[in-house]
Ligand binder design. Sequence first.
Ligand code: ADP
Ligand code: MG
Length: 157
Amino acid sequence: MSEAVWTASGKEETAALAKRLAAWAEPGTVLALDGDLGAGKTTFSQFFAAAIGVNSVVNSPTFTIIKEYEGATMPFYHMDVYRLSMEEADELGLDDYFYGDGVTIVEWASLIRELLPSERLELYIEHEGGDSRRIRLVGIGGKYASWCDALNEMGES
Ligand SMILES: Nc1ncnc2c1ncn2[C@@H]1O[C@H](COP(=O)(O)OP(=O)(O)O)[C@@H](O)[C@H]1O
Ligand SMILES: [Mg+2]
């Protein structure tokens, strides 16, 4: 496990993080997002989708729960589990997405923590006033821990 903090003073810097993570993503990658309403979970997801070459409009999946998009390199699965009970989430068979051919982003992921893959990148987005956001990343599992290490090294240079 490894941690990193990314400070975004505006949307461009949230986009820069999304772009960097998109470059590292591969089929089976899971990003678990948390943060209050309006923190920027959907906005981050939209930047991420654009970076993996999704051409269609990515909306908040609050009412549909799961949306699938075609990316240039792989499918993109976008979930919002805010309205789901653990039981309902369990019945959806989320593993088909997590371990499928694409990359998954889960908004409000901590609500279904027990159902998430044991290896994942957690992102905690905090509103810091105006367009500033503090994004804390926790990489659980070797691959994701090394992503955090790489972000930390970038910050130091
Ligand atoms: N640095 C930033 N990163 C992400 N979103 C930002 C940032 N600055 C301002 N915003 C705005 O904050 C709002 C975040 O909303 P949204 O992404 O829907 O949040 P959530 O999905 O977490 O509820 C959007 O209107 C977005 O344009
Ligand atoms: Mg949202």
